[in-house]
Design a protein around this ligand. Structure first.
Ligand SMILES: Cc1cc2nc3c(=O)[nH]c(=O)nc-3n(C[C@H](O)[C@H](O)[C@H](O)COP(=O)(O)O)c2cc1C
Length: 188
């Protein structure tokens, strides 16, 4: 029998099968980063379809850390409360739920906020010039990640993934290289 449909343990999380839905930005949130009927339906139908683990799309730990102003956020309790309903619905169909916590850094396209980065260097001509982060800014962002993780845990998520790729904030600290994600992936 294929291993795909066998259970699997990741530390103390047991998946009913090995089908994992990767985090994928849906760009369907409102300007406040709140989930809506689209997200309820989108994630719950994947759980009904039988995925063992669903990792929710890149979700901003700060408004200025969202990739676009149509991405989900988890920087306040209202967002977390709404996300917890989606988690509950997916759990009802046997899926485990993950959330990808992210900060887009200099690749944020949330125009209502300044974007921040380790250095004041734009990602490319298509992007704005970021503000160079101070030590205080770094502490603020670390706290935002910590608070978001606590909210995610309280909302019932079984696992958390940190987005440290695609040229976003953590990756900006880890690599001096401009990581260019092919534009046919929307640079996400
Ligand atoms: C529409 C779309 C949105 C995506 N959004 C994210 C995202 O939010 N976070 C992330 O890490 N990767 C994102 N990706 C990349 C996917 O998670 C995944 O890594 C990529 O599609 C390759 O998967 P595969 O190796 O299974 O083909 C996105 C991809 C697509 C097509």
């Amino acid at each position: 029998m294929s291993k795909l449909f066998t259970t699997m343990k990741l530390k103390n999380m047991e998946l009913k099968n090995r089908i994992v839905m990767a985090p994928m930005c849906m760009f369907c949130s409102d300007l406040n980063g709140m989930p809506n009927h689209f997200h309820d339906t989108h994630y719950t139908t994947r759980a009904v379809g039988g995925a063992g683990l669903i990792i929710m799309e890149a979700t901003g730990v700060e408004n200025r850390g969202r990739i676009t102003d149509k991405d989900l956020g988890i920087w306040n309790e209202n967002q977390a409360e709404k996300l917890s309903k989606i988690v509950e619905a997916c759990h009802a169909f046997g899926a485990k739920m993950g959330i990808q916590l992210g900060h887009a850094g200099r690749k944020s396209e949330v125009l209502s906020e300044d974007c921040i980065a380790p250095s004041a260097i734009a990602f490319s001509e298509r992007y704005r010039n970021p503000k160079e982060m101070t030590k205080e800014d770094i502490k603020t962002v670390i706290t935002a990640f910590k608070d978001a993780a606590k909210r995610a845990d309280k909302a019932g998520f079984d696992t958390i993934e940190l987005h440290a790729a695609h040229g976003y904030l953590i990756s900006e600290f880890l690599s001096p290289l401009p990581i260019n994600v092919p534009m046919n992936m929307g640079g996400i």
